[in-house]
Design a protein around this ligand. Structure first.
Ligand SMILES: N[C@@H](CCC[C@H](N)C(=O)O)C(=O)O
Length: 278
């Protein structure tokens, strides 16, 4: 029997299985492994499976590869970036509180703050058809999108991964188990999408729920919070800096406008270390 060590972590309740391949060897079929281990109740349970290893770029400290609970490989994960930063510090992969993490999207800059929270320059967001992966002639910008009996005005934003943001009066009563998959798999999103439902609280505060591509409803999505802040600034419904309240906690998002990176600050927590045998 083979085995490897892993660490369970979370950022605002968005939970991860983190594997350090500088030290551990994992089976080749990562998609199957992620699906097995991420299962709730039958296995460890997690929203995403995170692999840390050597970066391709000499500029980055290490690389972070991300798989959703359904085994799909994804470009970016905001909450996992914060977890990877504190994990790297604990494990001695870095000595400094400033680091560069490579993902499929490029390099994100992270700073571990004095209070233990992490601030990340996640990516330069985009709303173009190509970057969001839209099967459409026009970007989605408050554009009504329908699926079955539901219609929501959607704004599509990429922060490396694809998001669609919609504003609603009431988020608590939405049946995301029903609505989420309809829009995640909507034909306009060539690569599927993460869907954010947002209620504006005031000029600098919004509340959101998220249906994540490949993971279902999660307690938080860092890249989703960034997409929501970007959409909110572009629509003029809220301003930077913005508190984004998610089911599992709050994130602070800053964005100065088009062409600038979006910054996210928030917590990153260790849950346990364990061994997986297969
Ligand atoms: N929870 C993440 C996003 C993870 C990937 C996402 N489900 C996707 O498929 O793009 C975050 O904190 O950003």
């Amino acid at each position: 029997m083979n085995s490897f060590s892993f660490t369970k972590m979370h950022g605002c309740g968005n939970d991860f299985i983190v594997v350090n391949t500088f030290r551990e060897t994992v089976p080749e079929d990562l998609s199957a492994l992620a699906q097995d281990m991420c299962q709730r109740r039958f296995a460890v349970g997690a929203d995403q499976f995170i692999i840390l290893g050597s970066a391709e770029s000499a500029d980055a400290n290490f690389r972070m590869d991300i798989l959703n609970a359904d085994g799909s490989k994804v470009e970016m994960c905001g909450n996992a970036l914060r977890c990877a930063a504190v994990y790297a510090k604990r494990e001695g992969l870095i000595q400094s509180d400033e680091l560069k993490i490579e993902t499929m999207t490029g390099i994100s800059f992270a700073t571990i703050l004095e209070d233990g929270n992490v601030r990340i320059a996640v990516a330069v967001p985009s709303t173009t058809i190509v970057d969001v992966g839209l099967d459409s002639e026009h970007p989605l910008f408050g554009t009504p999108l329908s699926a079955e009996q539901y219609t929501f005005p959607m704004t599509a934003v990429s922060v490396g991964n694809p998001h669609a943001v919609t504003y609603v009066d009431e988020i608590d009563l939405l049946n995301l188990e029903k609505i989420g998959p309809l829009f995640e798999h909507h034909e306009v999103f060539k690569n599927r999408a993460n869907i954010e439902f947002v209620k504006v609280i005031d000029d600098h505060h919004v509340e959101m729920r998220v249906w994540e591509r490949g993971s279902g409803e999660t307690l938080a999505c860092g890249s989703g919070a960034c997409a929501v802040a970007v959409a909110s600034v572009l629509h003029g419904v809220a301003k930077s800096p913005m508190k984004v309240s998610l089911k599992g906690g709050d994130l602070e998002i800053e964005w100065e406008g088009r062409g600038k990176p979006v910054y996210m600050s928030g917590s990153a927590s260790f849950v346990f270390d364990a061994t997986w045998s297969y």
